[in-house]
Write a protein that binds this ligand. Structure first.
Ligand code: 5GP
Length: 190
């Protein structure tokens, strides 16, 4: 998605440790016009797949998922990172290792909100080592729902997550794929 790639080049900051900061338009301040184009693009890619719900993970996936869901007119479910008392018990649960925070979280979704009748589209902001996406895939599989695929805004293709998740047979569509940024300069896949 050219608009997104241009914006990454203009406003993205390459940090040490292979982290790309996009907090000027996606992760802290959000450019809602860009977000709208991202939502439209995910709808274009996945329309006709019979998707019934979008699943994401808090916090930074939520805005992207909501904007995408507006175009599909379907609900968003977001996986919660810490099991809180109000949803304790009847949940699908998994563990996710945070690439940016170096912590492992318990991630849960209430069993009320995913069912075998669902066909799920997973949405997230980044794909790096794949822990977040693998966690979401495992929640979908535990629920018995079908998985239409995953829409990722920025895939860091120099990390292993994309290969691992595609290797499981999951359709992963990324709007910007970064091949390399080790020298501080961002190189896209296409
Ligand atoms: P993974 O689980 O694939 O290793 O990492 C995915 C999660 O880590 C995303 O949900 C995102 O929040 C965060 N993340 C991974 N790499 C980056 C990055 O380079 N920049 C930012 N801002 N977040 C990242």
């Amino acid at each position: 998605m050219q608009l997104l790639k241009d914006r990454i080049l203009t406003d993205g900051q390459v940090e040490t440790g292979g982290v790309l900061k996009v907090d000027g338009f996606l992760n802290h301040r959000i450019d809602v016009c860009l977000l709208e184009e991202i939502g439209k693009e995910f709808r274009r890619i996945f329309e006709g797949e019979g998707i019934t719900k979008i699943l994401t993970i808090e916090a930074s996936g939520i805005a992207i998922a909501v904007e995408t869901a507006r175009f599909f007119r379907i609900p968003v479910v977001f996986a919660k990172k810490n099991q809180s008392i109000n949803i304790a018990g009847d949940v699908f649960a998994t563990k996710v290792e945070s690439f940016t925070h170096g912590k492992t979280y318990d991630v849960v979704v209430s069993k009320k909100f995913l069912s075998p009748e669902d066909n799920i589209l997973i949405i997230d902001d980044f794909l790096a080592n794949g822990s977040a996406l693998l966690g979401l895939v495992s929640l979908v599989r535990d629920s018995g729902a079908s998985l239409a695929g995953a829409g990722i805004v920025i895939e860091k293709a120099f990390q292993s997550g994309g290969d691992i998740v595609r290797g499981l047979g999951v359709r992963v569509e990324s709007l910007a794929r970064i091949l390399d940024m080790s020298g501080g300069e961002i190189v896209f896949a296409d």
